[in-house]
Write a protein that binds this ligand. Sequence first.
Ligand SMILES: Cc1ncc(COP(=O)(O)O)c(C=O)c1O
Length: 293
Amino acid sequence: MAQTLLFRQTSGKLWMDGAFIESDKAQISIQTHGLHYGSCVFEGERAYGGKIFKSRTHTERLKNSCKLLGFDLPYSVDEFERAKRELQEMSGIEQAYVRPVAWRGATQLGVSAKSNTVHAAIAIWQMNTYFADKMAGIRLTISDWRRPPPVCAPVKAKAAGLYMICTLSKDAAAEAGYNDALMLDYEGRIAECTGAHIFFVRDGELHTPSAECMLDGITRATVLEIAAARGLAVHERHIMPDELSSFSECFIVGSAVEITPVNEIKGVAYTPGELSRQMVEDYDALIHGGQLG
Ligand SMILES: Cc1ncc(COP(=O)(O)O)c(C=O)c1O
């Protein structure tokens, strides 16, 4: 099951450091700190019918990611929200992926970078669905790479550097014929996929790994809201891989993948059932402006 669209902006305007410019004219210095030392954070957001879902929550998380990496986003939440809104309107793209990014610039290239400038940009491109036929379910393998503990990395930041192991994991999964990889944490517990959180179903109840060494997912929070509205029990807890075969359904959740059912994790089979289908439908209603309950 291939991704249907290129995951990047190829033409049109983007927003950079306060101005709207043609994307092929946007340039950064080769001595950019974010490029050499990973002082770069980003967001991944979706617009449906021209409206970005949970836009403000994403901007607040972006500002917090900057803080966790020791710098300030030089825009207020309101200013950044306006930039996103104006870019979306200017682009005319109704079904969009929106990629804000902030990074330390090129005025101080060394490990210490306190006096560096901070830059920000927002790109936007057409995106309908991440997986071509998501209800068919996807296949996951288990990565050899593990999520680091909170004492080894700023795990709550959506930091570019934390994606190094995600890229290695996802590329290895694709080479082995899988759609994505499930990553364990430093203790060998189930953590998340390379760009999504994971939920399991057993006896009509949801189980999901506790998020102490992962990003606080905006879709994960939305799934918890849906579960509360539907009166579903949710167990946020440590889950070991030997439990995988005890679950009946599994789905991954994220802004890009939305809610995508899983039909295999490295030899363990799942059949997307009623609960997964209902969750996909409820999420779909919410992103298109519907209400819960
Ligand atoms: C590693 C990782 N986990 C989980 C998620 C899901 O987070 P969200 O629902 O906020 O998009 C993402 C996507 O941003 C991610 O990159």
